[in-house]
Every structure is written in structure tokens, then in C-alpha cells.
Design a protein around this ligand. Structure first.
Ligand code: AMP
Length: 368
């Protein structure tokens, strides 16, 4: 099937055209709406995409949508009702869902005869049982304001867990895999039989692991304290925790490559940032080993996960009593399997491919 995958951000559109699993074309339209940018608005951006690729025989357009709330458990063909439900979820993802909606509206207008399918970052995590998704707060407040754990990076975790099971020859319906997506954003996921049973992000993509500029888990009282005692307005606290926290907050640098260079040179702030980052990963690995009752595999993916042997080593150090060890030569080489042969828990490096996963989910949806 020929599928166009669109990832529409507020000022950019990333696209990739697939024929089955083969990429026919890909590109990025940037700085939409800015003077000197690639396009005046989303419509102009999509017109550029359409002019630059051969859409003859296109079977569907797949749209990445960050937030599908509790409403969407899988990829969904978009009609007016589905569009309205995604619009209704804007308060849960005020930065992300409006951009996706612009892309969807323009694609429906320009390609009215082609099915449009929404693929949600949250959908994969809808299988997390209530005890892993519900926050222990006033239940009436939670219900009224749709407060619960939704989780994100779902397409990546789904893809990587499946690839890992395939790589190791594990039965897909029983494999227990802990996936660690470590990019600019970072999250962990416990996957059992291809279904998400726990994940580290929550109602928003802020909690969980330490990220490039996001704090990950903190005591919520930090927010009250910064507001009441330090006098910071709530918007400024949100900006601080999302843009000036994580590696950026601890080391003044959000790029793990630079943090590692400084760590190697003995820089104390970078060393602390690296240690906090890796310890948080270890905390989630321990939690998910308990949730799964042991794991067949741990898979590292995304920018840091795929390219940093140092982070892989440090975050799993000292876990040999739990059957988790790394073969340093394999790790340094960046082999797909970096644990020793016969280790109780396989440790893997599995490149993610969110666009390919979106195209595959669109194909499955159209075949249903
Ligand atoms: P992603 O969001 O998946 O593109 O990941 C981006 C992040 O991966 C960057 O911010 C870098 O910090 C990190 N990264 C990429 N290459 C390396 C590397 N060789 N070593 C450590 N971190 C890396």
C-alpha cells in the first residue's frame, strides 16, 4: 500500500511516503508562518509536499496525533466525528493537537478522496490496567477533568517491543520487554505480549525519566513551593520544568553528546546530570521488572539509547544479581544484542522508526 505519513507540528511538517515498508520520499517543511520560512501556513506546506512527491495511487494519509485521550485505543479513520473528538482533546495537549488538526484539515481538503487515518501516541498505552493508569487523587476531580496516566511515544514503544521479540525469536504473544526510548523526550515502557502494561510518562509528557529539557518525576510540592514561596507565576514554573529542567537544568546543556564530553573531562555539573539521568532509568527498570515479574529483554532506542554505550552501561550497572549484564565489546560496537550469550535478560539496541510504525498501523486499519 502507498501511504503518506504526516507529522504536523506548530511550525513544521515532517513527511514520508511509503510503498509498503519502502520509503519513496521524505522531507521536512520548516518555519511555517515565519518570514523567510518554507511556507506561509499549513495549507501551503502541504501543497509543497504534494508538489514534490508522486501521490498517484495513494491509498491513505497517516497523521501522527499526540493525544488521543481515553477515546482512541488504535489507529482510526478520520471523519467529522473523529475530528471533533480530537478537537475536544486540545485542553489535554494544547501545543500538539492543534498542529495535527491543521494538518488533518488541510489534507482532507486537498485529498478529499483519500482515507485519512489518525495514529495516536497515547493509544498503545490504553491497555495499561486501571491500577497503573489511575492517580490516587480525588476520584471526582480526576473524572471531571480527564486526569489519568495516558502515556506517550506509543508508536515507538510498540515498534521497538515487536522488533526486539523478533530479533530474539521470542513468542510475540508472551514476550516481556522493557523498552527505553531515550531521545530529546524520554520514556520507559513495560510491554507484555505486545501490550503496554506500564509507562513512565503520564497525563502529559513531563513526568518519568530525566529528559533533554524536561524534569521527569518531581514531588508536585515543588510547584506549590515555587509559586507560593518563590513567587513564580504558574506559567513560568511550567516553562522552567519543561524547557529549563532535565539535562539543561542540571548541566546547562540539553544535548547528551555535550554532557558526556564534559563528563569525560571531569565537569562536576555534567557528571551529576549524567548520574541523575542514568539512575532514573535504573529506577524504572527495577519497577518494571517487578511489574512484569521479570523480563526477557531490555531494549534501548532513540538518539541516546541507540548511540550512547556510556548511558547503557551506567543505567544497568550493578544489576547482575537480576540477570542483567552487558558485554562491553558488543556495547561499544553498538551490536543489536549487547548482553552476553545465554544471559537471563537480553539487552538490546533497537533503532526506532515511528513513521514506519504509523504507516503499518494505517495499513492494518484499512485492512480491518
Ligand atoms: P532523538 O530525539 O531520538 O533524535 O534524540 C536526540 C538526542 O540524542 C540528542 O539530543 C542527543 O542528546 C542524543 N544523541 C544523539 N547521538 C548521540 C551520541 N552519539 N551520544 C549520546 N547522545 C546522543
Amino acid at each position: 500500500m502507498k501511504i503518506l505519513v504526516l507529522n504536523s507540528g506548530s511550525s513544521s511538517v515532517k513527511y514520508r511516503l511509503f510503498d509498503g515498508t519502502t520509503t519513496l520520499a521524505k522531507g521536512l517543511i520548516e518555519r511555517i508562518g515565519e518570514s523567510g520560512g518554507d511556507a506561509a501556513d499549513h495549507e501551503a506546506a502541504l501543497q509543497r509536499v504534494m508538489a514534490s512527491v508522486d501521490l498517484d495511487g495513494l491509498d491513505a494519509v497517516g497523521h501522527r496525533v499526540v493525544h488521543g485521550g481515553s477515546e482512541f485505543r488504535k489507529a482510526t479513520v478520520i471523519d467529522d466525528d473523529v475530528f471533533a473528538v480530537i478537537e475536544g482533546l486540545v485542553p489535554l495537549a494544547p501545543l500538539h493537537n492543534p498542529a495535527a488538526l491543521s494538518g488533518i484539515a488541510v489534507a482532507r481538503k486537498l485529498l478529499p478522496d483519500v482515507p485519512q487515518v489518525a495514529v495516536f501516541d497515547t493509544a498503545f498505552h490504553q491497555t495499561i490496567p486501571p491500577e497503573g493508569a489511575v492517580y490516587a487523587i480525588d476520584a471526582s476531580l480526576a473524572e471531571r477533568w480527564q486526569i489519568r496516566r495516558y502515556g506517550f511515544h506509543g508508536t515507538s514503544h510498540a515498534y521497538v517491543a515487536r522488533q526486539t521479540a523478533e530479533l530474539l525469536g521470542l513468542p510475540a504473544d508472551r514476550a516481556k520487554v522493557i523498552t527505553l526510548h531515550l531521545g530529546n523526550g524520554a520514556s520507559a515502557c513495560a510491554v507484555e505480549g505486545g501490550r503496554s502494561v506500564a509507562t513512565s510518562m503520564g497525563m502529559s509528557p513531563l513526568p518519568g525519566l530525566v529528559m533533554g529539557t524536561r524534569s521527569g518525576d518531581i514531588d508536585p510540592t515543588v510547584i506549590f513551593h515555587l509559586h507560593r514561596v518563590a513567587g513564580l507565576p504558574i506559567d513560568e514554573i511550567e516553562r522552567s520544568l519543561t524547557r529549563f529542567a532535565g539535562l539543561q537544568g542540571l548541566a546547562g546543556d540539553n544535548d547528551m553528546r555535550t554532557v558526556q564530553d564534559r563528563w569525560a573531562a571531569g565537569d562536576p555539573a555534567a557528571t551529576l546530570a549524567f548520574d541523575v539521568y542514568c539512575r532514573r532509568i535504573k529506577e524504572y527498570v527495577g519497577t518494571y521488572l517487578a511489574i512484569l515479574g521479570g523480563a526477557d529483554a531490555i531494549a534501548f532506542t532513540a538518539g541516546v539509547g541507540e548511540h550512547s554505550p556510556e548511558v547503557r552501561t551506567a543505567s544497568l550497572a550493578g544489576l547482575s544479581a537480576l540477570g542483567i549484564t552487558i558485554d562491553e565489546a558488543r556495547n561499544e560496537r553498538g551490536d543489536r544484542i549487547i548482553s552476553p550469550d545465554g544471559a537471563p535478560v537480553a539487552v538490546c539496541v533497537v533503532p526506532t522508526d515511528e513513521e514506519l510504525e504509523i504507516a503499518q498501523q494505517v495499513t492494518e486499519q484499512l485492512r480491518d
